[in-house]
Design a protein around this ligand. Structure first.
Ligand SMILES: *[C@@H]1O[C@H](CO)[C@@H](O)[C@H](O)[C@H]1NC(C)=O
Ligand SMILES: *[C@@H]1O[C@H](CO)[C@@H](O)[C@H](O)[C@H]1NC(C)=O
Ligand SMILES: *[C@@H]1O[C@H](CO)[C@@H](O)[C@H](O)[C@H]1NC(C)=O
Length: 577
């Protein structure tokens, strides 16, 4: 009896639930429904909806640079610069029509070799000379490669001396590469060559960059009273699938769109967040090109010795001093090197070491430091507030890891601020009211000799065509020119991109190859301006610790020393002015 009753109750409950679900699913088709009566129900429905977001993802036409052509059309001069920049980062690849290639015909680090080339004088090297290592790439069958485009990293280092410098890699386009290193210290020096990606893998990455700007997607929550909806957002969305909300920035023209919520208006957007990463971007065959331990960041062995001993500078070269790094035929431009695990910049800057928090406080006295950008500059903010006890974080009740953040030392009159850059930003949840473009923020600064601006913009742009990054930097550069015009003496420091740990997944969204391309653009676009660079690329490339998106504390310490050396240059060595 009792059992039967509970059975009927279950059936009844099931019917009631089905009715409710039917009602919920059809609510959005009912026009002019009284919002207040259904809002609670609707909230449940949009919760259900938001967990199924990927189902509602837009279909992209997988043809060239869909995103790049959105937004304002660049002026003729801007277009010319863009062409020049894109040409300057052109990357050779497998010959056209050679694809699809079987894995066995692609570059294999295990079958590839390098050799240290002797100098004119035999096997004797002095500080001030250049070391050349010749790399020959082979495929998995051991056959020499006949074309270039492999992404190689080169490093010369000495574990005993805590020394390291990044090498320059030249692609000869025929399967041979030269790695060139300046010799900067006396003693042992060992060559390290790493295949980051085969040229076949780079070709896949390039295709993804042009055709799949949707592979990282974003979302926004819209809310009014009890009603809430979540929709997909991006730099560009196919306009013919659903109505859009247009959040293009009025000052810069930076485009940003979300799908319009069904019931709410576009101005009810509450926040912005990373939506997720699309899967199944590559074929099974292409996936073989991205195997950890096989062809992602694997060392290439030397056919002979991989180590040399560097002698003191030659007698006849003594008078040329530190500018002696002038090898023919290619000019090497390392921005610095490690020695005794400390970064030594080349090119006129004197590195100071800020081992004591009191030295940092002294340096930053009376300064306002504005940091804008991604989490790699937030790391600097975090380093400073952790290391300097007087610098107290002021609680702005911001979400963890997102910011904005602020720290104050009222005794020494120091203000340190951090704010993330505008979309695309893959942070957890940024309130719409806190979504700001760096160029607009810079326009709001008074500036002056007590103001420091620190920028880091790279990691969130790797899934977009390079034109998107060029446009963003162009807006920032214009704002910097305005800032430096109205407030000369404002110190601007830019942190470059850095190397990171890669596996298959990370490669498809964030490969170092994407970062390298953006980093070259960044350097070219700010060249000749009075802005200073902290070369995070070389500082991570030359260091012995494993690559990480957020470099380990010892590298961050060197970066902070570099930043502070720019803010507070040493007194002794500036006499030669
Ligand atoms: C991409 O392809 C679609 C559909 O074939 C076409 O309508 C669109 O114009 C193309 N866009 C570009 C930028 O080539
Ligand atoms: C979005 O707004 C901007 C600025 O008002 C405009 O230039 C652009 O064409 C709009 N985009 C679309 C798809 O309507
Ligand atoms: C800072 O610390 C490093 C490593 O311990 C040391 O070599 C260096 O001399 C120190 N510099 C100063 C200015 O104290």
């Amino acid at each position: 009896m009792c059992r039967n009753l509970s059975k009927y109750a279950l059936v009844f409950l099931f019917l009631a639930l089905s009715g409710l679900i039917f009602l919920l699913r059809n609510i959005h088709t009912v026009e002019n429904w009284n919002c207040h009566t259904i809002s609670a129900l609707y909230q449940i429905q949009s919760r259900i909806q938001s967990s199924f977001i990927p189902v509602g993802l837009p279909t992209f036409y997988n043809n060239r640079t869909f995103c790049a052509h959105l937004g304002q059309k660049p002026s003729p001069e801007d277009e010319l610069e863009q062409r020049y920049l894109l040409d300057s980062i052109a990357w050779p690849g497998p010959p056209p029509h050679s694809a699809p290639t079987a894995l066995r015909q692609t570059s294999d680090p295990v079958h590839s070799l390098f050799a240290i080339l002797p100098t004119k004088g035999g096997r004797e090297w002095h500080v001030g000379d250049q070391l050349e290592a010749l790399v020959q790439m082979h495929d998995f069958q051991g056959r020499p490669k006949r074309y270039g485009g492999d992404f190689l990293l080169a490093r010369l280092h000495s574990p005993e001396l805590g020394a390291g410098v990044a090498g320059k890699v030249l692609d000869h386009g025929n399967g041979f590469y030269s790695a060139l290193f300046p010799l900067l210290w006396v003693g042992s020096a060992q060559v390290d060559i790493t295949l980051v990606h085969s040229s076949e893998a780079v070709a896949v990455l390039r295709r993804l960059r042009e055709e799949r700007p949707d592979r990282v997607f974003f979302k926004s929550l819209f809310r009014l009273g009890f009603l809430s909806e979540t929709t997909v957002c991006n730099m560009c969305l196919p306009p013919d699938q659903q109505p859009l909300c247009n959040y293009t920035d009025l000052y810069t023209g930076e485009p940003w769109y979300c799908y319009k919520p069904k019931m709410l208006s576009c101005d009810t957007r509450i926040n912005h967040a990373k939506g997720g990463y699309l899967k199944h971007l590559i074929t099974n065959k292409e996936a073989l090109l991205f195997q950890s331990g096989v062809n992602i960041k694997v060392h290439i062995h030397a056919s002979g010795p991989d180590k040399i001993n560097v002698l003191p500078p030659r007698k006849d070269k003594v008078e040329v001093e530190s500018s002696s790094i002038k090898p023919e035929p290619i000019k090497l431009e390392p921005s610095g090197y490690y020695y005794g695990d400390s970064w030594r910049p080349l090119g006129g800057v004197t590195m100071r070491q800020f081992n004591e928090s009191s030295a940092i406080t002294q340096c930053l006295k009376n300064k306002v430091i504005n940091m804008y950008g991604d989490s790699t500059v937030r790391q600097w903010f975090e380093y400073l507030i952790a290391f300097v006890p007087e610098l107290k974080e002021f609680n702005l009740h911001s979400p963890k890891n997102v910011g904005p953040f602020m720290a104050v030392d009222s005794i020494h009159n120091i203000l340190l601020k951090y704010r993330c850059h505008g979309p695309p930003i893959r942070f957890s949840t940024v309130m719409s009211s806190e979504l700001r473009y760096i160029s607009n923020e810079l326009d709001g600064l008074t500036g002056g000799p007590n103001t420091v601006v620190v920028l880091s913009i790279w990691a969130h742009f790797s899934t977009f065509p390079v034109e998107v990054y060029i446009r963003r930097l162009r807006h920032i550069r214009r704002a910097l020119v305005r800032l430096l015009d109205r407030a000369p003496g404002t110190l601007v420091v830019i942190r470059s991109a850095n190397l990171q740990a890669l596996d298959q997944e990370v490669s498809l969204y964030n490969s170092d190859w994407y970062s390298l391309q953006l980093d070259k653009v960044l350097r070219a676009m700010f060249k000749g301006m009075s802005v200073l660079l902290v070369d995070a690329w070389q500082m991570t490339s030359a260091h012995h610790l494993p690559h990480a998106l957020h470099p380990p504390p010892t590298i961050v310490k060197n970066m902070i020393d570099m930043l502070l050396s720019y803010i507070c240059p040493g007194k002794k060595k500036t006499q030669q002015k």
